[in-house]
Write a protein that binds this ligand. Structure first.
Ligand SMILES: [Zn+2]
Ligand SMILES: [Zn+2]
Ligand SMILES: [Zn+2]
Ligand SMILES: [Zn+2]
Length: 385
């Protein structure tokens, strides 16, 4: 106990020391913060290093960007067109942030930033990046195909199209990946993530709201990521033919799969009797009656992308099964125990889904799941042997 208290004291002391360091440098930090938003070369009449124009451009997304003229800014950002352009307003005396398209620049696809000799022309296009929502301009390459395959050109530029036909907006792979990780790490909803991106754009919500497009795109992004990571994009079924075709379940690497990570019939043939328990496959069922969903308006035409190949069964088939097996209506006969009889009436009132049950191995790799629809009941089935 004494040892533990010494540890805690030393932690506090160390942290307090670091805070003191900050306080000592507070004035210096404040000066440097203000300095980072300015540039001594701007508004001094200095010419850009190229000699062609005044220094009026700054970029706060680049590291130590040396202020330039407009043309040099465009040249330096051919492969970073989603950096915000900070343009000095000489008459007003401050920077205004623009998308690069406001500098008469178009993002050319298919040529690593260079111009295309057969470009399809500049068109308005919204790109959502982790720096914000960019109302910008894009030109598709027309060198090899006319009309161009826009989806292909966007995807090769690491831009995920918001729609498959006549797309006018896209999300960078970075933004989709970041939102997915934010959701996994902090349960942040896409709505909140989009809200933050709109604030990053101008902090007063004048940017277009890409939320509805984003919901659709990230759903497909997550599904494609799952296909990739589980090997389905690389034909894993050819190598593991003993598993269900097209499956999207992460199999437990520790559980024995005879013929794959253990010898066929290893438990009965080669394993000594006292070690046979190591080759056991242990499966358990675990239910959660707090994982509910209340009844709400949802899209009746919504589709499942996994189609029963991941953890949950095909909803239509499962509902048909439930119709045939509605469960027990048996009431508790105990005079004093009313809790069981009240389960459906109160606890699960107005719920569309009353819980979830998982089947998992002893290493807690989930094999399959189902939604519960009938609340919590106790059913005892007697089997004749
Ligand atoms: Zn930059
Ligand atoms: Zn220049
Ligand atoms: Zn081209
Ligand atoms: Zn396992």
């Amino acid at each position: 106990m004494i040892f533990q208290s010494i540890l805690i004291d030393s932690d506090i002391t160390k942290n307090a020391g670091l805070l003191d360091d900050y306080e000592e440098h507070l004035d210096e930090l404040a000066d440097l913060l203000v300095e980072s938003a300015s540039d001594e070369r701007i508004n001094s009449g200095a010419l850009c290093d190229c000699g062609a124009g005044p220094v009026i451009m700054q970029c706060h997304d680049c590291t130590e960007y040396r202020a330039t003229c407009v043309e040099c800014f465009k040249t330096k950002h051919l492969n970073n067109p989603l950096h915000w352009a900070e343009v000095w307003q000489t008459s007003d005396g401050f920077f205004v942030r623009h998308d690069i398209s406001m500098l008469n620049h178009t993002i050319q696809l298919g040529h690593s930033g260079a111009l295309c000799p057969s470009s399809t022309g500049s068109r308005k296009f919204t790109i959502v990046h982790h720096s914000g929502v960019h109302a910008t301009r894009v030109a598709f390459c027309g060198c090899h195909e006319n009309p161009p395959n826009k989806t292909r050109q966007l995807m090769r530029a690491r831009l995920f199209p918001a729609t498959m036909k006549e797309t006018k907006s896209a999300f960078t792979f970075t933004v989709l990946k970041e939102c997915h990780l934010h959701n996994l790490e902090s349960k942040k909803a896409s709505y909140n993530y989009m809200g933050a991106l709109r604030r990053l754009t101008d902090n007063s919500f004048t940017a277009d709201d890409p939320y509805s497009n984003f919901l659709r795109s990230i759903r497909f992004w997550d599904y494609l990521t799952m296909l990739k990571r589980l090997g389905q994009m690389h034909g894993i079924d050819r190598l593991l033919p003993h598993r269900p075709e097209g499956n999207l379940v992460l199999y437990c690497p520790a559980c024995p799969e005879p013929g794959f990570n253990s010898e066929p019939n290893a438990s009965s043939v080669k394993t000594p009797e006292f070690l046979r328990h190591l080759n056991q496959i242990q499966r358990t069922l675990d239910g959660n009656f707090q994982c509910n969903q209340y009844k709400k308006n949802s899209n009746p035409d919504d589709v499942s992308l996994c189609k029963g190949k991941a953890h949950f069964p095909v909803d239509r088939d499962y509902r048909a099964y439930l119709k045939e097996n509605p469960g027990s209506t048996e009431k508790s006969t105990c005079n004093y125990l009313k809790a069981v009889n009240k389960q459906d009436k109160k606890k699960f009132k107005n719920m569309a889904i009353t819980g979830t049950v998982n089947a998992q191995c002893s290493h807690v790799f989930i094999l399959s799941s189902v939604d519960l629809h009938y609340g919590e009941k106790c059913v005892i089935e007697l089997c004749e042997t």
